[in-house]
Each structure stands twice: as structure tokens, then as C-alpha cells.
Write a protein that binds this ligand. Sequence first.
Ligand code: GDP
Ligand code: GDP
Length: 436
Amino acid sequence: MGIPTVAIVGRPNVGKSTLFNRLIGKRKAIVDDQPGVTRDRIYDIVEWSGQQFALIDTGGYLPESSQLMDAAIKEQVDIAVDESDLVLFLVDAQTGITEVDEQIARRLQKSGKDVVVAVNKIDSDREDQENHQFYRLGLGDPVPVSAMTGRQSGDLLDVVIKKIKKYQYDDEPADQIKLAIIGRENVGKSSLVNMLLNQNRAIVTEIPGTTRDSIDINLNYQKRSYLLIDTAGLKKKRKIRENILFYSNLRTRRSIQRADVVIYMVDIQEGISRQDIMVLAEAAAQRKGLVLALNKWDLIEKDYKTSRELEKDINDKLGVLKYIPKIFISVLDKQRLYKAIDLATEVYEERKKRIPTSELNDFFLPLIKANTPPAVKGKEIKINYVTQVQANPPVIVFYGNHPELIVESYQRFLENQMRRKFGFSGVPLLISFRKK
Ligand code: GDP
Ligand code: GDP
């Protein structure tokens, strides 16, 4: 998915987060008057007039203290310049141009980057002239907008789209399996990539990724082509110090979004953390294929039951995500590294799988008859029919008389039965209920 990237910058409270949510088309998420509030989302895809681009909200991490503010804003602008094709510089019509706005403008001018200045909080026609003062920033025609009401947001998108048209990246071949290697610091991600590289010198090509400093690696193995997404992001220990977390989150999210399958690495000595679960859940919500690679197996003292015990322990922590297949690897000892790639390939195939409607009904209808959904408010609940409406990623729909009354535990039951019978190992399933 070679799409252009746009980053929003601006000082606190100009409305970056509101605009971000407006443009990605989600209704107003948590927006706080207080600067420095952590955002839910910092990266998402925008679609407008048949064109897509990735949008980054760089404003979420600013420190509360004003001494740190200058440095933080510089970093914000630097990240935006590094990571995007176009910078959307947001200013506030109600405050006019401030000193910080001028600083940002100077920095953007020096960068030579494409910039669109958007003047926010122009909520009505009456205020439409307010944006003229922002010509003084020297960054071209300011575009009025109201992030809060959505007023003129379409016009703003038109301007943005026009400017980023030239940043279309070549599409990756469709039969290529896109893998993102994700995990906390020091779990062995770059070691794994290096190992795969070293053993395959002849058939590896590094190709520019979707931003200037990202590198994807094309790997050919067993007659298949793989794309290891953003391998540079794994190694890069950045000069930016304050914002490592923001930065690595951004990088992680972007990689997940592009991937077919996520190989999530964990250091088996440290085990799986809450943060790991959160990232896995996010990847599952995006319905990416998932593999859990438990690395540094060489460091574990083991007997015949160690792997089973560890796996059970991890499954307990994974909860509803326990359908993710696990593999113990050691990058150091080159143990099962290609098995991990094979496993990711299996998950990729499972994600593309389509179960014929007849097979689904032959299996589910008798099962449902024997285990009827619990009645709610005295209403008998029936399921009449099931079909897979989509593959890659899969969507399965159950039709019945009261789709809204199916309880969660019953959904879980159906999902478990689906996996028991039809596999879908490592594949998040979207199961929905409709009336018919
Ligand atoms: P950020 O710190 O730049 O991300 O700013 P926020 O998105 O958190 O918004 C800061 C404040 O400005 C919030 O109180 C928003 O409700 C308000 N705001 C955002 N956009 C608009 C707008 O278009 N018009 C008006 N009047 N207020 C807005
Ligand atoms: P990253 O931050 O996830 O990219 O992790 P690195 O690849 O930089 O690895 C972090 C450290 O773990 C390095 O010192 C590696 O040599 C070490 N390491 C990686 N894989 C293994 C492994 O399988 N076994 C052992 N014992 N050490 C490993």
C-alpha cells in the first residue's frame, strides 16, 4: 500500500486532535482542553474522492511544562518532516499568529517540505476573513476550516489531495506476503532480520519503503515472495529522546497497518506484558494475521514439559487472543527461524480461506440445534443460516430472528467452534449477526 503520508503539526490547543478525528471520519473522540493529553489514535488512513493517504497526529506527546515546550515543538516538526510527504500546519483563528506559530513556520520553510496551512476554528461564514492574516506566515494560501463542525473540511481535503497526488508509491505485487516484525525493545527483532538477511544474501533486496527513511526488505524463500516491512524502523535508535514511545508507536502502527501478518516477538525470559497484549489486540482489531514468536529459547533451562507449561501460561495471559499460534525460536542459535516464516505463511493462507456455505451450515445448524442461544426476555432466539461473506480477512454472518439479542458468551462459543472445525489459526474472525 504505497500511499502518501500527511502529518498534522501545530501548537497545543489549536485543534489538531479534533481535526485528526474529523478527517479520519470518526466522531469526536476524547478531546481534552488540557494540552499534553495522550491521544487514542495517532495514525490512521483517510479516504477522500477515491484517494487514500495516511494521516499522523504528531501533537499527542507535548510536555506540560513550558520550558520543555520549545524543544518538544521542534521535535514535533522534525518528526513530521521526516515521516511525511506533506505537513498540515494547523493554526488558530481565535488567537491569531503567536510566536510559536512563527517558530514552526520558520522551521517548515527551512525544511523545503510541502506545507498546507489550515486555519482552524472558523466556525461560520462571518469569520471567513480571519484567515487572511495567516498569509504572513509565508507558507502559501491559508485554508479556513472548522475541525469542530466540519465546516470546509472537504475543501481542505481537496487542497491536500491535490498536493500529494505526486507522491504515489509503486504498488507492491499482490502475491507478496507482507510481514511486520513487531515487539518491545531488545526482544531480538533486528537480530532476526539480520539473520534472515545473512542467510539469504543473494535473494534479498532492500527497497525504499513508504517514507524516506524506511526500508522494506524483499525476501524470496521457497518460491514465495515476502516483504519485511520497515526494517529500518527496527534498528533506528533515534536522536529524538523525549518521544521515543510516540515514535515507536507510530512506526509500529504504520507497519501493522501495511501488513498481512504480524510476527510478534517476545523475549521468553520476560514473558508477555500488558503492553504486548494491547498491541496484539490492536493488530487483531485491524484483522491482521498473527504469529507469536517466543525468542531466546536458548536461555531457558528446559525439560520435556517446559514448552507446554510456558505455552499454557501465555495462553492464560492471551485470553481471547489465544488462537494466535506460538513458536519458540532462538535467533542466536538459528533455531526454527524459517519455521516462524512458514507459520506466518500458513496464517496468511488461512486468512484468505473461504469456507463453502454448505459446509458451514452442515456443521453449524445441527450444533446450534443442540446448543440453542439462551433466550432473552422470554424471547426464543433462532439462527437459521450461516455464510462467509468475505475472505482476506474473513467475515462470517449468522442470520436469525433476533440478531441483536445474541449474548457475548454465545458469540464466543460460535467462534470457538468455528476454529475447532475450520482452523483459521492466527486469524482474527469477524462474526456478525443479521436479521433474516
Ligand atoms: P490540540 O491540542 O491541537 O490537539 O487541540 P484539540 O483538538 O485538543 O482542541 C483544543 C480545543 O479547541 C478543544 O476544546 C476543542 O473543542 C477546540 N476546537 C477544536 N476545533 C475547533 C473548531 O473548529 N472550532 C472551535 N470553536 N473550537 C475548536
Ligand atoms: P530489538 O531491539 O528487538 O531489535 O532487539 P535486538 O535484535 O537488538 O536484540 C537485543 C539483544 O538480544 C541483542 O543483544 C541480541 O544479541 C540479543 N538476542 C537476540 N536474539 C537472541 C536469542 O535468540 N538468544 C539470545 N540469548 N540473545 C538474543
